[in-house]
Design a protein around this ligand. Structure first.
Ligand code: PEP
Ligand code: MN
Length: 341
């Protein structure tokens, strides 16, 4: 932390700030310039910069170390590879392969998910997505098939040798999800459900942590930190668009978050251009951009009959569109030293 004193701050004010910093446990390095005194504070406990900023004579406080530790790049400079599945049917997220996770927004019936699982297999996809418990904005919208949905999702995935990602809504569902899915998805609306995050810290299954619609990157990484402090280091991040003043698209997919996360954190980062744009025609260009920007994977909604989908049909790709996207990504990935999976 760096404390810049006001021009003309008295010696007494400077000393008062130094005493306070030492009291909190910091080592203080003072530098006195022609107009300003600057105090460098190293070590010490977690402190709210405003508490120092409000002391007499202080102009500005600048925090220099991140408040997240385990999620920071410094903790694992070479990056983390999260293993999904068990030996025999296992993939790595965060390595050279860009991992595709695709499927419908929601599981609608055993037939629907079986059909889409077959399409995913034909396209070489390894991870099938599908929500069984849906966080819907309106209580009148389809809420998902629940436990039954999770079971038919698993059955369809097993038939085609696929892995499964699905959204968990609360901690009471953890035993069920640990049994039925390979990746526990924490939805955007639950990114700061700290009780859920603390419980997910106790399991060892990979967690896909979506960014909250109005979360800063630091808040998002602190949510990852909640899961990691309990010992679950199998965390993957997913940028899914944030809320901005723009309303042409459903959200604004923050592509720049991908290289930012890559610099700040060692955790793999995926992108979800489906929720990020909300419009089918905008999904392929943003998917291509995300891979070019360094995403470790994509989460994409695909439906064999989007017109009749119970949820998010407008942002679901037709199978033919998805196939075309895959062939484009196969050309883009090598240009950024990656390959497709
Ligand atoms: C989803 O991926 O099914 C979903 C609901 O997304 P988000 O939490 O990003 O809105
Ligand atoms: Mn959806």
């Amino acid at each position: 932390m760096v404390v810049v004193m006001q021009e003309g701050a008295s010696e007494e004010q400077v000393q008062n700030v130094i005493d306070r910093l030492i009291q909190i446990g910091f080592d203080v390095h003072r530098s006195t310039g022609a107009s300003h005194t600057v105090l460098g504070a190293v070590g010490g406990a977690e402190v709210d910069p405003r508490d120092i900023e409000l002391l007499e004579g202080v102009r500005e406080v600048v925090k220099i170390s991140a408040s997240y530790k385990l999620a920071s790049r410094a903790f694992r400079p070479d990056g983390t590879i999260v293993k999904v599945g068990a030996p025999g049917n296992q993939i790595e997220v965060g390595g050279r392969d860009v991992v595709m996770m695709a499927g419908p927004c929601t599981v609608e019936s055993a037939e629907q998910i079986m059909t889409i699982a077959g399409i995913m297999k034909e396209n070489g996809i390894r991870v099938l997505r599908g929500g069984a418990f849906k966080p819907r904005t309106s209580p009148y919208s389809f809420q998902g098939m629940g436990e039954e949905g999770l079971k038919v999702l698993r059955k369809a995935a097993d038939k085609y040798g696929l892995l499964v990602v699905s959204e968990i809504m609360n901690h009471t569902q953890i035993p069920l999800f640990c049994e039925q899915v390979d990746i526990l998805q924490v939805g955007a609306r639950n990114m700061q459900n700290f009780d859920l995050l603390k419980e997910l810290a106790k399991v060892r299954k990979p967690v896909l942590l979506k960014r909250g619609p109005s979360a800063t990157i630091e808040e998002w990484l602190l949510s990852a930190e909640y899961i990691m402090t309990g010992g679950n280091h199998n965390v993957m991040l997913c940028e899914r668009g944030i809320r901005t003043f723009e309303n042409y698209t459903r959200n604004t997919l923050d592509i720049s978050a991908i290289p930012v996360i890559k610099k700040l954190s060692h955790l793999p980062v995926l992108a979800d251009p489906s929720h990020g744009t909300g419009r089918r025609d905008k999904v392929p260009p943003m998917a291509r951009a995300a891979v070019a920007a360094g995403a470790d994977g994509l989460l994409i909604e695909v439906h064999h009959s989007p017109e009749t989908a119970l949820c998010d049909g407008a942002q679901s790709l037709y199978p033919a569109q998805f196939r075309e996207l895959m062939s484009q990504l196969e050309m883009i990935a090598p240009a950024v030293q990656r390959s497709m999976k």
